[in-house]
Design a protein around this ligand. Structure first.
Ligand code: HEC
Length: 442
């Protein structure tokens, strides 16, 4: 009897004290619709909606509420949204870094019990996200039959040659690669192979193809742009560390979605008679064979653009990272031989990548840091679009400084006892900065 009495007293006390406290919290707590949803709309939904890479949709209260605790943890640790540029340098379009005030709003919403809010009628209109393609896909090229990713050991790169059938030069204003089965597509690249090229000459159109390891099928013999004799023979124009000899049309990787080329009246050129080569890097799930049929969509313009959009790459390959070295430094360089407008920068390293800084030196000697990524994360391949295209005069040097952590302290390091060099696989390394540039059309 006395026991029950004590419990009752406590419950009563709790209720008496609890009421005013709840009142105060309620009126101060952020409302989901007024305060939280606008942040999700502008910073999260690009990925967290059906069909995109963030698995749980953050479109409405019902979908978001169960994730409240995880959201707090992810934004406080700045794990979400993925954004690695040091805010000290450069200004970027679609910058997904949360402000301190936005983080405070999300945290106090979660701490208040993630309430829906007292005025549901201030619901903001849902953003008009497209379903499926994020561009106007005028032409879609699809692998006609799926490639079955084996349950285990899916490490070879798979290539698919897709003839465009274009009988005249075609200008492309945007491109997007959409994986068929996201869970197994680690990354995918689409490259324009001009007519007459001997790259992957053994591949039959539309047939998933794994070139022989000796490089005989991927030789660049006869290609005027093939690497100079003193360079490592990768025999692969995509991973030629000296220059990317063919135009990279589009890339897919976590964080790299649809790509637009029409900044400042520009477009990419697909010469008549070209093929599109899809390079697919699959990851086995370890349990079952999984089919994938990845697609690429392009947006075409009939009016020839005023300027041409192209890729340029600052690479370097003359290094060997010593075993165990926690902070090995590498440099990449590129000098523009003609004036360009720089549109985007995409830092690329593998699992030992630690940090990267991209700096330019103008012909007059002035230098400027365009991008600094102090904590590089291989899991995300973000493309940093400058807020405005940056005019770089002929002779401007791009200088990349990067560090790798080849020590046992790097949790992603597959083998700290190994010296590491340039290579395709994620246990090899890269130091590569593809950039989108606009040049004179002719
Ligand atoms: C560039 C794409 C992208 C953006 C932008 C993004 N996310 Fe994510 N998010 C992901 C992906 C991909 C995952 C991993 C999903 C999975 O493993 O299923 C993820 C996972 C999460 C998780 C799961 C917990 C964790 O830490 O792994 C939370 C919570 C989350 N995101 C919240 C957010 C919030 C809140 C925002 C906006 C403020 C946001 N994300 C913005 C892509 C994104």
């Amino acid at each position: 009897m006395p026991r029950i009495w004590i419990l009752w007293t406590f419950a009563l006390l709790g209720a008496l004290v609890g009421v005013p406290v709840a009142w105060a919290a309620d009126s101060a707590a952020p409302s989901f619709y007024k305060d939280v949803l606008p942040i999700f709309q502008h910073r999260c939904q690009i990925c967290h909606r059906p069909g995109e890479i963030g698995t749980m949709p953050l479109l409405d209260y019902q979908g978001s509420r169960p994730w409240a605790k995880a959201i707090k943890a992810a934004v406080v640790a700045r794990k979400m949204p993925p954004w690695f540029a040091d805010p000290q340098y450069g200004h970027f379009r679609e910058e997904r870094r949360l402000s301190d005030a936005e983080i405070r709003t999300l945290v106090s919403w979660v701490d208040a019990g993630a309430p829906e809010g007292i005025v549901p009628d201030v619901k903001p209109a849902p953003l008009p996200w497209p379903e499926g393609w994020n561009i106007r896909a005028d032409e879609v090229f699809q692998m006609p039959k799926p490639y079955v990713v084996p349950a285990k050991n899916a490490t070879d790169y798979v290539y698919v040659v897709i003839p465009t059938g274009f009988t005249r030069d075609t200008w492309v204003t945007a491109a997007e690669i959409r994986p068929g089965t996201r869970a197994v597509v680690h990354h995918a690249l689409a490259v324009v192979r001009p007519p007459g090229s001997t790259w992957l000459k053994g591949a039959r159109p539309f047939e998933p193809y794994i070139p022989p390891a000796d490089g005989s099928e991927t030789g660049l013999t006869g290609d005027p742009n093939s690497p100079a004799p003193d360079t490592p023979q990768t025999n692969d124009p995509l991973n030629d560390p000296v220059s990317m000899t063919y135009e990279l049309l589009a890339a897919y990787a976590p964080g790299a979605g649809a790509q637009r080329f029409d900044t400042d009246h520009s477009a990419k050129l697909i010469p008549a008679g070209s093929d599109i080569i899809l390079q697919l890097h699959y990851t086995a799930n370890g349990k079952t064979d999984v089919p994938d049929a990845t697609r690429i969509g392009i947006e075409v313009t009939r009016d020839p653009p005023q300027k041409r959009f192209m890729s340029a790459v600052a690479n370097s390959y003359k290094w060997e990272i010593p075993p165990g070295d926690p902070n090995y430094e590498g440099h990449g360089r590129l000098t523009f031989g003609e004036p360009v407008e720089l549109v985007f920068i995409q830092p690329h390293m593998h699992v030992r990548g630690k940090d990267m800084t991209v700096r330019v030196t103008y012909p007059d000697g002035k230098t400027e840091t365009l991008l600094s990524v102090p904590r590089y994360d291989f899991n995300w391949q973000l493309i940093y679009y400058l807020r405005e295209p940056l005019k770089l005069p002929a002779g401007t040097k791009v200088e990349v400084t990067a560090h790798w952590d080849n020590s046992a302290n790097n949790p992603f390091n597959p083998d700290p006892t190994k010296a590491v060099r340039w290579g395709n696989q994620s246990w090899d390394e890269m130091l590569s900065v593809p950039m989108g540039v606009i040049v004179d059309r002719d």
